[in-house]
Design a protein around this ligand. Sequence first.
Ligand code: CO8
Length: 374
Amino acid sequence: MHTPAITGSGVFTPPHSISNAELVTAFNAYADRFNAQNAAAIDAGTQVALAHSSEEFIFKASGIEQRYVMTRDGILDPAVMHPILPERADAEPSVMAEMALDAALKALAQAGRDPAEVDLVICAASNLERAYPAVAIEIQSLLGAGGMAFDMNVACSSATFGLQAAADMIRSGSVRCALIVNPEICSAHLEWRDRDCHFIFGDVATAMVVERKGDAKGAHFEVLSTRCATQFSNNIRNNNGFLRRSHIGAMQDRRDMQFMQNGRKVFKEVLPMVSQHIANHMADEGVAADDLSRLWLHQANKTMNDFIGKKVLGRTPAAGEQPNILQDYANTSSAGSIIAFSKYSDDLEEGSTGLICSFGAGYSVGSALLRRCS
Ligand code: CO8
């Protein structure tokens, strides 16, 4: 058996951003427009008027201050309220492949690896822009990588589930240099017309290179152990899919074809699940709270992360111990914990232990215990 290690990581940040102020202005204009267009039905009591969103609520409920997006076109237009991304010809790189490629090249540069040395590409993401051919295979081809490639979807936990899959293959010897990419175009999946969730998501791509520890060319993170778990819930759900055409009358613009969640229930049910999962993982590996130097948590909600950090460490985390990036990126689904890891890990001293944990729809939760090595 070989010991796996993360030898490189990278983040692609889209060139455009939207502040909470811009988001709320656009949403409120949309709500006013909707209410004017539906005034008769609202007066008759057959249609509920849309209420305004607020910057104060968004920041207080989530900690989010802005989000990055692949395009601003359409999102802030009250007559559109979704991103407008021009259709690409089959011969052009897909949006996800393009995003992933940027992050992948950064991760490979950090690992000191040539793309041709990669023999496994896993594209692990919440939203895949097509069913086939696998986006991962397109990325493999654009990189000039060898071996095999496949897509995975475990919603917000996709990156840690991908890490476990890659680490297991490195351990067994079936692959030697794995690349896990997490391109997330959340903006195209989000319902911007629903004030309960219009502020939650942003776009980004992350990448990690996983190799045999003995092959590492420089500083790296040894993967001490990984653990993944799932438990079925409908509280975060999307009903879009290829069966849509087969359901009579289902082709119109239905709310359940975008991201749906019962946020309060998710909050209440996922917090204990995640806290217990991390506690069990640490206990089984003999890692005590005092042994942990850093927590790279899923980036959905600041209050949620504050709670988990306190529960895991048994005290309020010190500044920098549990870095949040959601104020700048919002919830980037599977990529969130990897952005935090990629941006806030270089400073750790040799021998330090850290934990990545992601959680979300499914429900799903995945964690990885890492040790910094030079
Ligand atoms: N402005 C002003 N008021 C608002 C707004 C708004 N924008 N939105 C809601 N309100 C109102 C509500 O109507 C409600 O009013 P009332 O009390 O009169 O009913 C009040 O504010 C409180 O609303 P909530 O109870 O909904 O507010 P919360 O404090 O619970 O905060 C959150 C809402 C932020 C959504 C919170 O519940 C939360 O973070 N929950 C956990 C969410 C989570 O972690 N989800 C993970 C999902 S991500 C995932 O798994 C990947 C899925 C696939 C990716 C999809 C890509 C798009």
